[in-house]
Design a protein around this ligand. Structure first.
Ligand code: ADP
Ligand code: ADP
Ligand code: ZN
Length: 215
């Protein structure tokens, strides 16, 4: 039973590292940002609500987000654990998750905290490009998509996320510092937190994460 949290500021490489890690842990990758973006593409009410916050670089309200996670955790494939990416993002979300898992006789297993210095974060976020279909992420410099600008994985168009423009990025970093970062201190008191250096090639960082978790 593995409930693992992938933590780190926006742009630290959580999404990039999550698929290999989820594969190795043999649990699904649950990224709340990806789920909100799927609702957005499908034009649901939740998608419209989420967009009004995402476009401003603010967190979607805790109640809405926790409801979404509760229903994802109720799906059959989540019974043996999940790798969370981008959740929890506030102290109330963290305590909601701890309570929700406790209600099922479960607990958090480990936290991986990706550390990337502030001066690299802005370049990673503004250079990020994302597949409009499968959500795969690229970077204009460090991990470019195919030469014709399409996704190497599925062939669809690769574009810049609306919230990766510099003005919004600055607000997202403030939301991280004010609301998400304080979760780490709370977590350190109750769960092993593995601080991993997120600077280096994608495979170097992956090696550090696997090493920290003894995988
Ligand atoms: P997060 O999910 O934490 O916001 P991403 O995984 O989307 O971060 O990565 C942000 C950007 O940085 C993407 O454009 C990605 O291609 C790039 N990136 C990820 N890991 C690295 C790395 N180790 N070195 C350089 N760029 C990276
Ligand atoms: P990144 O990969 O850069 O960290 P995400 O894709 O995880 O960004 O999140 C994009 C946006 O979706 C956030 O800025 C926020 O508006 C919303 N969001 C994602 N996860 C949460 C969450 N756990 N709580 C509230 N809002 C969230
Ligand atoms: Zn794709």
């Amino acid at each position: 039973m593995m409930f693992v949290l992938l933590f780190g500021p926006p742009g630290s490489g959580k999404g990039t590292q999550a698929s290999a890690l989820a594969g190795r842990l043999a649990v699904p990758h649950v990224a709340t940002g990806d789920i909100f973006r799927k609702h957005l593409r499908e034009g649901t009410d939740l998608g419209r609500l989420a967009r009004s916050y995402m476009d401003k670089g603010q967190l979607v309200p805790d109640l809405v987000t926790c409801d979404l996670v509760a229903s994802r955790l109720g799906e059959a494939d989540a019974a043996g654990g999940v790798l969370f990416d981008g959740f929890p993002r506030s102290v109330p979300q963290l305590y909601w998750l701890i309570g929700h898992l406790a209600g099922k006789g479960r607990a958090l297993s480990a936290v991986v905290n990706l550390r990337v210095p502030d001066e690299l974060i802005l370049g990673r976020m503004t250079g990020r490009r994302t597949c409009t279909n499968c959500g795969a992420t690229y970077h204009v410099v460090s991990a470019p998509p195919a030469a014709d600008g399409t996704c190497t994985r599925c062939g669809s168009a690769v574009t810049q996320r609306r919230d990766d423009q510099e003005e919004v990025v600055r607000d997202r970093l403030v939301a991280y510092a004010d609301q998400t970062f304080p979760c780490l201190a709370q977590l350190r008191d109750r769960t092993p937190v593995h601080d991993v250096d997120g600077v280096g090639s994608i495979s170097e960082v992956q090696g550090r994460i696997f090493g920290a978790l003894a995988l």
